[in-house]
Ligand binder design. Structure first.
Ligand code: 6GU
Length: 260
């Protein structure tokens, strides 16, 4: 997959040389090219922004500079264009999986109050353009969002993850584990600072271990992301687990404390 990023901080993307992303680049699975937007500004100060029409605070990124930059980078090709912005559609695992099927992505992260809207209109008529948000909070710029999106997409590309760290059972991947958060995990030693690994995990009963793991995942989902529970397909045992979580919640609200 080819990934172009146009930014006034191309050095921001140095972390993509590290770890899994770095290996994917070495293996030729990922071809990431970060470009300096200011290379397409023509005045001595390399200006990329200007005051907003209609007034108001902050600055807006100039369409002329973005237009020249995008034209030069795409050179007649048709990448999927992604514009990170807190006013975009939510970036989810399903969106990551869709992007992972694209041969070429172009990211246009903005600083200041954003990019002149005509740039999105112009390229929207020539390419597929998505405005996406990575969550309900505001970053100082889109660069950190690009790092997040590239990592979420790249780990789905064939050959990036080993079998050991397979994406198959990811919490938000389609399938049995969809919308179920992962439960707690343990490794050796069996006792650490007086705290024991749950006995069931040492029992060798694979069926009971699988049921216990599902119970733990359900508990965690109900506690941390109650809005996801409505989307789960529940069996009778699941309902019993959720009832006990709800009883625990009302017990705590009444000032009680739970053993687990
Ligand atoms: Cl994509 N950009 C910025 N600047 N802030 C954000 C965001 C993106 N997603 C959530 N907050």
């Amino acid at each position: 997959m080819r990934v172009d990023i146009i930014s006034i901080f191309p050095e921001y993307f140095a972390p993509l040389d590290v770890s899994l992303m770095g290996k994917a680049r070495e293996r030729g699975i990922l071809d990431i090219r970060a470009h300096q937007l200011r290379d397409w500004a023509h005045d001595v100060h390399k200006t990329v922004d200007d005051t907003p029409y209609g007034g108001g605070p902050g600055m807006v990124m100039k369409p002329s500079v973005w237009g020249e930059a995008v034209d030069a980078v795409i050179a007649g090709g048709r990448p999927r264009m992604i514009v990170p912005t807190p006013s975009g559609r939510p970036f989810t695992q399903a969106v990551a999986m869709e992007y992972a099927t694209e041969p070429w992505l172009l990211f246009a992260p903005a600083r200041y109050e954003g990019i002149d809207a005509r740039v999105i209109e112009e390229y929207g008529s020539r390419l597929r353009v998505d405005e996406v948000s990575i969550g309900d909070y505001v970053l100082a710029g889109g660069e950190a969002a690009v790092l997040v999106i590239v990592e979420a997409v790249a780990r789905l590309l064939p050959g990036v993850l080993g079998n050991a760290e397979s994406a198959r059972d990811d919490s938000f991947a389609p399938g049995a584990m969809e919308n179920l958060l992962e439960g707690p995990v343990y490794t050796k030693p069996p006792t650490w600072r007086g705290r024991d690994v749950p006995e069931i995990l040492l029992s060798g009963h694979h069926g009971r271990i699988a049921r216990w793991r599902r119970d733990q995942a359900l508990r965690r989902t109900a506690q941390n992301r109650p809005e996801l529970v409505a989307r789960l397909e529940l069996d009778r045992n699941d309902h019993a687990v959720l009832d006990s979580v709800r009883d625990g919640a009302s017990f705590r609200e009444a000032g009680g404390d739970m053993a687990d």
